[in-house]
Design a protein around this ligand. Structure first.
Ligand code: GDP
Length: 190
């Protein structure tokens, strides 16, 4: 597939000579404390390190995934790092984003309510063809669960989102989350 045709959010790093290396901006949204930074660090560095924080203004972290047909997708991952407090930054944050991950904590109904708010924000500010994932994190704390998988799945379906429950702590479904995003792209590009 031509990586630029109709795909405003996917930039081809190497211009026409190599259309197989795609680059995509991915933004994370969700209440503070739901585990956004931990998810990113688990995915990018393969570790769980709650003390390591991505700070505002710092450059994004990136990670590349390969698809079966040798296409590679490089994620440039933008963690909100508290930007949710600065509404004025929102348009900048969403601009050019090809994918968004909205995270809540399965033990916090409040964080799930907030996730629904972020989904609306994405629909307002984000581009039409943005890939969106809804993520219930801290799945390892299932005995303290207050948000059912079913209600979250229903919300995801209603909003055309990919849904998965993860644990940054145990690494459960972290790769599946990013692979799911990548596959969604591959599908949207076809
Ligand atoms: P952020 O504010 O959304 O970026 O949240 P952080 O990534 O800083 O995580 C907030 C807290 O949740 C930290 O104390 C982490 O140790 C904890 N945490 C993050 N992910 C998980 C998880 O999957 N399971 C458990 N049990 N704790 C987690």
């Amino acid at each position: 597939a031509n990586s630029t045709g109709g795909l405003g959010n996917i930039n081809n790093e190497n211009s026409a000579t190599d259309s197989k290396n795609l680059k995509v901006k991915l933004v994370l949204l969700g209440d503070s404390g739901v585990g956004k930074s931990c998810i990113v660090l688990r995915f990018v560095r393969g570790q769980f390190d709650p003390t390591s924080k991505v700070t505002i203004g710092a450059s994004f972290l990136s990670q590349t995934l390969a698809l079966e047909d040798s296409t590679t997708v490089k994620f440039e991952i933008w963690d909100t790092a508290g930007q949710e407090r600065y509404a004025a930054l929102a348009p900048l944050y969403y601009r050019g984003a090809g994918a968004a991950i909205v995270v809540y904590d399965i033990t916090s109904a409040e964080s799930f309510n907030k996730a629904q708010y972020w989904v609306k924000e994405l629909q307002r500010h984000g581009s039409q063809d943005m890939i969106m994932a809804l993520v219930g994190n801290k799945a390892d704390l299932h005995e303290k669960r207050t948000v059912s998988s079913q209600e979250a799945q229903e919300h995801a379906d209603m909003n055309n989102m990919f849904f998965v429950e993860t644990s940054a702590k145990t690494a459960d479904n972290i790769n599946q989350l990013f692979e799911g995003c990548t596959q969604s792209w591959a599908t949207s590009m076809a």
